[in-house]
Design a protein around this ligand. Structure first.
Ligand SMILES: O=C(CO)COP(=O)(O)O
Length: 250
């Protein structure tokens, strides 16, 4: 059985103080039996968050990493550094990073390998733009991105990847994909993994939906057979909403 995973992607929001206030609000409340709850915060908040979530069921993730362990890469953070802090998850290849920071399928793949090298669980984002959707290219875009992200991974590693299917037109727009549409694409992504690694690995991989997920629609997604959780932006920022998302995923 796949354990559902709800991950908040805080993007470039919250100071250290705001992060700590959030944790003290949700502590003991953002818990649902059998649901993994993760907060992916800005780098600056990670040390304080890792400390603050000790003794709770909350887990902490970063939103990016560099694929090298160290080097002359001004402004970058490596997997070594994240592991050293006690971070457990890392978002890789979010569409905002692909669009604004020149992330490519190749760098995404290198980063996935770097995450595994340092014992971090990658949350790999894939998803189509509006014009690609309208051109009927949703599945072909997801195929290219998914297969590139998984290149060179062992079956054992592949089974641990969390994939987030985030149609770009649904991010921050309030226009969420219907649960049936999300299921259709996510079921297809699971078939792709089966094609690469076989049925057992495909059955183990967790695939989230992301894009305007809210407490009011989380249950519809969770009812779909292939959707194992959500990667949530805006609705993960407020304690009450985050708690409701976790409860709604149960
Ligand atoms: O990009 C997202 C999560 O990574 C989705 O953002 P919203 O939930 O704000 O649409």
């Amino acid at each position: 059985m796949r354990k559902p995973i709800i991950a908040g992607n805080w993007k470039m929001f919250k100071t250290v103080g705001e992060s700590l206030a959030f944790v003290s609000e949700v502590k003991g409340k953002a818990e649902a039996a059998g649901v993994e709850s993760v907060i992916c915060a800005p780098f600056t908040n990670l040390p304080a968050l890792v400390e603050a979530v000790k003794g709770t069921t909350l887990k902490v993730g970063a939103q990016n990493l560099h694929f090298e362990d160290s080097g002359a890469y001004t402004g970058e953070i490596s997997g070594v550094m994240l592991k050293d802090l006690g971070v457990e998850y890392v978002i890789i290849g979010h569409s905002e990073r692909r669009a604004y920071f020149a992330e490519t399928d190749e760098t995404v793949n290198k980063k996935v390998h770097a995450a595994f090298k340092h014992g971090l669980t990658p949350i790999v984002c894939v998803g189509e733009k509006l014009e690609e959707r309208e051109a009927g290219q949703t599945k072909s875009v997801c195929k290219v991105q998914t297969e590139a992200a998984f290149a060179g991974l062992s079956a054992e590693q592949a089974a641990k990847v969390v994939i987030a299917y985030e149609p770009i037109w649904a991010i921050g727009t309030g226009k969420s994909s219907t649960a049936a549409d999300a299921q259709d694409v996510i079921g297809y992504i699971r078939e792709l993994v089966a094609g690469l690694y076989g049925a057992e690995t495909a059955a183990a991989v967790r695939i989230q939906y992301g894009g305007s997920v809210k407490p009011s629609n989380i249950a519809e997604y969770m009812q779909q057979p292939d959707i194992d959780g959500a990667l949530v932006g805006g609705a993960s920022l407020e304690p009450a909403s985050y708690i409701d998302l976790i409860k709604g995923a149960e």
